[in-house]
Design a protein around this ligand. Structure first.
Ligand code: NAD
Length: 332
């Protein structure tokens, strides 16, 4: 089986190599991201493996189909970079990795919160500078606070359980209520407006789609208390960045922790240290001392990388040998 692996990062290659040996797959690694200019590189391959930065829009899918690529194995859970309707129309098989380690993302979300609240980065720099003063480092107890979790799927549930363990009260919001979870952690489901206005910590864990784009927007952002923290490890497009910047300018939010950003595709996962940034919105966001941004690294643990490599290559093996095993990993 010949597989072309687009957007291969050095950090995932050893995991992919390990599982390729297990499944006896012949993989060619390529660091280049897939787009219409380089799609011809997929010629001669039965299958391609893709990362969220790869363009799987209509035009690219049509070319892949023309070149005889039968299957696309996504190395991600999210698929907002894919034209699923087109893939279905072309009869292409697409698989994803629906779950690889919800705890990795939930734990990173807690990390963002703790860094913002207890100002660890400032404290680290200060102590390295032999400045052992405490002024400006004051935080609040997380214990006893109200945490609002939007999207109570795998990651939202893991985060809610962590916060319950820290002694918080939980408010939940989802289209589909997980009544068992609510009962176990003594939480209640509320509408988004109630969650935004009553939570001390708000964390977004729903997928990005047409119903969730700008879930936090200029109309509802002022419901968030000035003393509250807003965390987003879901997708950048869940927040209208301009509305968030306006709220930050008014100093009406305590802290913002973001692992994702609305226009991250041109910036994240790349080194811009020589060139600087041209994204004005991101630059403005980064200018606030109470905004902490990480570059979509919430998933980035050894366990998650191993699971992504294993499942994405297992999907390829199943497609060619045991299609019935693809089950819920199959998008089309
Ligand atoms: P999941 O499918 O298990 O859960 C998503 C939940 O969101 C579901 O319960 C769904 O009903 C709910 N939802 C959908 N629309 C909603 C709406 N309008 N309002 C409220 N809830 C809504 O997915 P998951 O594995 O928990 O992942 C959640 C998201 O986290 C992914 O879609 C992805 O965008 C993001 N993610 C980020 C990283 C990272 O590294 N930062 C890694 C993996 C996933």
């Amino acid at each position: 089986m010949k597989v072309k692996c687009f957007s291969t990062h050095s950090f995932e290659e050893r995991y992919l190599t390990k599982w390729a040996q297990t499944y006896k797959l012949d993989i060619d690694f390529l660091s280049t991201s897939l787009n219409k200019d380089v799609v011809s590189l997929a010629k001669g391959y039965d299958c391609i493996s893709c990362w969220p930065s790869d363009d799987l829009g209509k035009e690219v899918l049509e070319s892949l189909h023309e070149f005889g690529v039968k299957m696309i194995s996504l190395r991600s859970a999210g698929f907002s970079h894919l034209d699923l309707a087109k893939a279905k129309e072309l009869g292409m098989t697409i698989t994803r990795v629906p779950s690889y380690s919800p705890e990795a993302i939930a734990e990173h979300t807690l990390g963002l919160l703790m860094c913002l609240n207890r100002k660890y980065l400032k404290a680290f720099q200060r102590v390295r500078d032999f400045n052992f003063t405490l002024e400006g480092l004051e935080g609040v107890n997380i214990h006893g606070k109200t945490v609002g979790v939007v999207g109570t799927g795998q990651i939202g549930e893991a985060f809610a359980r962590i916060m319950k363990g820290m002694g918080c009260s939980l408010l939940l919001n989802d289209k589909v209520e997980n009544t068992e979870l609510a009962k176990e952690i003594d939480a209640k489901y509320v509408d988004l407006e109630t969650l935004l206005s009553q939570s001390d910590i708000i964390s977004l864990h729903c997928p990005l789609n047409e119903s969730t784009r700008y879930l936090i927007n200029s109309k509802n952002i002022d419901l968030i208390k000035p003393s509250a923290f807003l965390l987003n490890t879901g997708r950048g497009g869940l927040i209208d960045t301009k509305a968030l910047i306006d709220k930050l300018k008014k100093r009406e939010i305590k802290g913002v922790g973001l692992d994702v950003y609305e226009h991250e595709e041109n910036v994240f996962f790349k080194d811009h240290s020589d060139m600087g940034l041209s994204d004005e919105l991101l630059l403005r966001l980064m200018s606030f001392p109470n905004v902490l941004i990480t570059s979509h690294q919430a998933f980035f643990t050894k366990e998650a990388l191993d699971n992504i490599a294993k499942t994405s290559l297992e999907n390829i093996n199943n497609f060619f040998h045991q299609k019935e095993n693809l089950k819920e990993n199959r998008l089309s």
